[in-house]
Design a protein. Sequence first.
Length: 128
Amino acid sequence: MSDDNASGPKASRRALMLGAASVSAIVSIRPALAQTSASVLQCEIPVPDPGRAGSFIAPDGSIVPSGTPGAFPAGGTYKAEDVKRALNGGTLPGVDYERSRAYTNYIRRLQSGTSGFTCFASLQMPRG
């Protein structure tokens, strides 16, 4: 018998073991991803950032001084699930269409270091 024959069954067993390990990893990772997706939708985004409390939100989403004509007072805090719905054409809960658009424009402008940015960024990541 040649050496090739002797290593054949060992190589097959190794491949089966690797395949079984891969399936096990996939089975254990999928629930973790589902849990992560659910927790992402529970994070919250304040409008505006607490450091800018008292400011108004202009229709384009910029922060303006309180009392600015055409701008809206602070909106409060919104769950990512509500923000996601509003970004896809719906409205934020408890506000009319124009105010919701101003708040979602504000959220789209969030930058790193701003309260709610990480939550908003996580909404932008594709889910598998």
